[in-house]
Design a protein. Sequence first.
Length: 331
Amino acid sequence: MASFSSRAVRIEQNGGPEQLKLVDVPVGEPGAGEIRIRHHAIGLNFIDVYQRSGLYALPMPLQLGMEAAGVVEAVGEGVTHLKVGDRAAYASQPPGSYCELRVMPAKCVCKLPDAISFETGAAMMLKGLTAQYLLKRTLPQGGLQAGDFVLFHAAAGGVGLIACQWAHALGLRLIGTAGSDAKCALAKKHGAAFVINYSSEDFLARVKEITAGKGVKVVYDSVGKDTWDKSLDCLSPFGLMASFGNASGAVPPFAPGVLGLKGSLYLTRQTLFSHIATRQSTQEMADDLFDVVTSGKVKVRIDQRYRLDDVQQAHRDLEARKTTGCSVLSL
């Protein structure tokens, strides 16, 4: 059996960015349901930080990275939607995209349209598919209609800027929060109807003012602990609290009775990987994402580029909230 070598970023134990080490790993042939892909660009995401730090516990040693784009080099038995030479992109379990070459499950890998570059493909899959399932599949009672208000925290991040544009295309009035005036301006430029700098303004008071006291139908929250309590108070009766991350730390336990007192609210904790558990759902969501990107309704903004060798600095910047839009590693 042929064996190849690939540079890859691994950690031997949880900790800070200094744990990220560049090593050589052997790469073999794909088995049934697998492909071997040579990466051209790799996406960076906050989930990578959670996995490195140990907030999301995984077995060691761990090769990090959840998304990338490249060219399919070999196809295992039973894989019919991809062939050797195809341009492809993915957001997928298990982690391992921080590398030049890997063997991985094929079910979440999608053929990348020629109109979308490798760099854009690598930057947009995890964040774009997240925006897709939030705005299209994680909906309040009665759904969302044009003109409805939604609150989106961290609106200038990778997921946020895609969501701002997509919500605008759907006719939604997205209220975006961010931690600086510059980030708020960025969210506004990308389609947010209203923006709130939550480091200098009370976002609850502003949401009530913007919505004439009615609140929003849904809050999309990847921040977690710091925004939680006020986010619940931003919701209108029967509104939906959609949690999908913990950038400021995990939300502490709370009594479900609180949801009743605040207006019979709904609460859900979403993850992308539930939505892309099957080949069919992955492809449907990816096709929707590819359509809005190739149509120009959503532009994928890449604001940070790093070499694979500079992955420690990339993680430091992510954790320090120094980034906007998407970040990619190049090879």
